[in-house]
Design a protein. Structure first.
Length: 151
């Protein structure tokens, strides 16, 4: 009969016990999921403000940024209309986003804007600024925006 405590079997028993403890105590190391990284191309949503409004009213704003260097924007406004614009964009130094867009559905004469923001591959366009280069009723409006990537 096998006696695990006998002198001749003690080493084997100790080794088996050690291995079983080592394997039973081993914890699975779960690696945290890496944070997603996003290209600039895609759909972005957020808000914008207009500098000359004292009430800090925020309006909905979205971009569809395409790989071919074009983009389309959609924004609500204080005239209760939805403004659509189209234009071209660039990304320099992997983080400085800039674009020139022109309205495509409002006004008898199109309004052109220059926009810029800091792109992060974590899914943000921050510190965004926009400014009309074409006056509306004699005023060159400007403001700020921030967007989050949604796809």
């Amino acid at each position: 009969m096998y006696n695990p405590l006998s002198k001749s079997n003690f080493g084997k028993t100790f080794f088996i016990l050690f291995l079983s403890l080592a394997f039973s105590c081993k914890k699975d190391s779960v690696q945290p999921a890496p944070a997603p990284t996003y290209p600039i191309e895609g759909v972005w949503t957020g808000t914008y403000t207009q500098d000359d409004l004292s009430n800090d009213q925020k309006y909905g704003y979205s971009f569809a940024i395409y790989p071919d260097g074009t983009l389309i924007t959609k924004g609500a406004a204080n005239d209760n209309l939805t403004h659509y614009s189209a234009g071209t964009w660039t990304l320099s130094n992997d983080s400085l986003f800039s674009a020139t867009i022109t309205t495509i559905n409002i006004y008898n004469s199109p309004v052109t804007q220059n926009i810029s923001a800091i792109f992060s591959n974590k899914g943000t366009l921050s510190n965004g600024v926009w400014a009309n280069t074409t006056p509306v009723n004699g005023i060159n409006y400007s403001g700020k925006f921030s967007l989050q990537r949604v796809n």
